[in-house]
Design a protein around this ligand. Structure first.
Ligand code: NDP
Length: 574
């Protein structure tokens, strides 16, 4: 049945409301990204402590040399290592802050943690590990175990060092190796270094006045304190719990708290859009029939479906770029209004239902999917504190204060997200001739494919800016890992020692990024959030490559076809 045609005024009025809500929020937070702090030191140091690293054995500092060193032990390192091993590379070291591999899935062990991308697409290397996920969507523990299984299969534990943070990565012009220092006093040398430290790795807190004075217990979602809550949250039965933030983490946590805690207060600044997320066990008959190469074929199909999305289909037949944009926008507004109707159908109290409605364009914020989040607000022990764009700005020793009311809590959970990396690096990276990467980037990020940056030989950056965006992050990381492994293989197979991108190749990519970022004004029109740097002005090159994932993948291949044209490739000087 054809969809009823609505007049354009209907959509224009909704867009006006989007603008109004956006401006309301921007008015409350002029500091943009500076409203947050990820400098978790002094009074805030407790929020960074790893609650999962128990009885860490001490070790002597290392002073040795490896071929490839990864900063970080999450999917970036695991996927690239797998490909390096397949190409015969033996000397691989992971240096990881946590006490095991897993990255995101090591840290995010909060109750209800699960992945919103279908497991058969998200969990990587399923063919290689001969593994089929248990459910259509994987829960956190299964993904963490899968990371460990990859590390075991490819012997990545042998040389790995855990509970160790890299503090400096410096190219030594004399011996033409990277010298990597850590907070454990190590000085490791490596021919190749791969910054594999994740896109959303560093927890951040909203800088709220008085937060240090809170007398109850508190932690960040990525440092869940099971000693306090109990493994099954059983210690929360007589506790009043508050959670600040309503992003993807909180949406998964709130239903779990709601089932157990005495009272739950959800402090909301901007609602998330919550769509259906049905789940079911994997059909064993289907799993049994899977043929080698099945995951790759599946991902291809999913990509084709995304390219043929509702938004794109809506724009078909448009006679001008303006009409195309309008049709796409209208399709997105239809989607958001369906999300509103879903809230009205589920949430009983009309005022609470209204407060839970997101007023922004689809994809301005990360869309969420959950079947239990909205029904939680029908429970008598769950209370939504809607701050209407303002957010919590004050915390007393008893708890958050809003609109003159103090909310006394036993436990306060910060679901306030993660710092979005600017460069793919967190330690001091110094390249050839003593140039600091931060100084090089001061006038704007400069890379080829978001992976290589001139003057930093044999350094590779994963998951950083100027790379493509892909909702299924592991697929994006796998293409980068494949590319990096092929580059390293090329260097080794052709008797070279270093690879450094040429200035012209880097300039070509920077211009490519700028050109594609110019195609949409969506980011400026969106409600603030980490997708648009909290509404801050941003240099055009300091973001993702928006030319499409498939095109990004093709560019990787084109770059590798002309290695000598794109890179300085140099043999080791004796
Ligand atoms: P987000 O950055 O998405 O959310 C932070 C939340 O904190 C926002 O709701 C923000 O409000 C709110 N906030 C910040 N300061 C205040 C304040 N002072 N008062 C009230 N609220 C405040 O972090 P998450 O940890 O939820 O998610 C981060 C990302 O991790 C996700 O976007 C997703 O990419 C990933 N993730 C993926 C999952 C998956 O299934 N694959 C599951 C969980 C997370 P506002 O919106 O107004 O800024």
């Amino acid at each position: 049945m054809a969809r009823p045609q609505r007049p354009q005024e209907y959509y224009d009025q909704i867009k006006d409301k989007f603008r109004e809500e956006r401006n309301l929020r921007l008015g409350y937070r002029p500091p943009g990204t500076d409203q947050y702090t990820s400098e978790l030191s002094g009074d805030l140091a407790k929020y960074a402590i790893d609650p999962y690293a128990k009885d860490v054995p001490s070790r002597e500092p290392l002073n040795d040399e490896v071929e490839v060193l990864f900063i970080g032990g999450g999917f970036s390192a695991l996927l690239t290592s797998a490909r390096l091993r397949e190409r015969g590379l033996e000397s691989i070291r992971i240096v990881e802050r946590g006490s095991d591999v897993g990255g995101t899935w090591y840290w995010n062990r909060y109750p209800g943690a699960a992945c919103d991308v279908v497991s058969y697409d998200y969990l990587p290397l399923l063919d290689e590990l001969d593994y089929v996920p248990v459910n259509h969507y994987s829960r956190g523990p299964e993904i963490f175990s899968h990371c460990q299984a990859i590390a075991q299969k490819y012997n990545l534990y042998d040389l790995a060092v855990f509970n160790t943070t890299v503090t400096e990565t410096r190219w030594d012009d004399a011996d033409q190796l990277w010298h990597v220092k850590t907070d454990q006093g190590d000085v490791m040398r490596a021919q190749f270094v791969i910054c594999a430290n994740g896109t959303l790795a560093k927890p951040k807190l909203s800088a709220i006045s008085g937060m240090e004075s809170f007398a109850g217990h508190s932690f960040h979602t990525s440092r869940w304190d099971y000693d306090y809550t109990g493994e099954n949250l059983e210690h929360l039965k007589d506790k009043v719990v508050g959670i600040i933030g309503t992003g993807a983490s909180a949406v998964q946590i709130v239903p779990e708290l709601a089932k157990v805690a005495k009272e739950v207060y959800v402090f909301q600044r901007t609602p998330s859009s919550i769509d259906v997320r049905d789940d079911w066990p994997t059909d064993p008959n289907w799993a049994r029939k899977l043929q080698p190469g099945w995951q790759h074929k599946r991902r291809e199909k999913v990509l084709a479906a995304v390219e043929n999305s509702l938004e794109k289909r809506a724009a078909k037949g448009a006679t001008s770029p303006e009409e195309k944009l309008r049709k796409q926008e209208n399709a997105n507004i239809d989607y958001m209004m369906r999300i509103h109707r879903r809230i009205d159908e589920i949430v009983h109290d009309p005022a609470t239902a209204d407060a839970l409605k997101p007023w922004y364009m689809f994809m301005c914020k990360r869309p969420c999917f959950h079947n239990e989040y909205l029904p939680s607000f029908n429970l008598p022990n769950v209370h939504l504190v809607d701050t209407q764009g303002q957010g919590i700005t004050q915390i007393s020793p008893q708890g958050p204060v809003f609109d003159g009311k103090e909310y006394g809590l036993d436990l306060l959970i910060y679901a306030t997200g993660f710092e979005v990396q600017q460069t793919g690096i967190y330690n001091d990276i110094v390249g050839a001739g003593g140039v600091n990467l931060q100084d090089k980037y001061a006038q704007g990020i400069r890379t080829l494919l978001g992976i290589h940056t001139a003057g930093f030989p044999n350094l590779f950056i994963m998951g950083g800016y100027q790379a493509s965006f892909q909702f299924n992050l592991t697929e994006m990381l796998q293409t980068q890992g494949d590319h990096i492994a092929a580059c390293i293989d090329y260097v080794r197979a052709n008797g070279h020692h270093t690879l450094d991108v040429k200035d012209e190749a880097e300039e070509w990519w920077v211009q490519n990024v700028i050109e594609h970022r110019g195609k949409t004004s969506r980011s400026e029109e969106c409600t603030p959030g980490y997708y648009n740097f909290e509404g801050n002005e941003q240099r055009r090159q300091d973001g993702n490559y928006n030319g499409g994932f498939r095109q990004y993948f093709q560019h990787q291949g084109q770059v590798r076809e002309k290695m000598e044209e794109n890179f300085h490739l140099v043999a080791r000087e004796n």
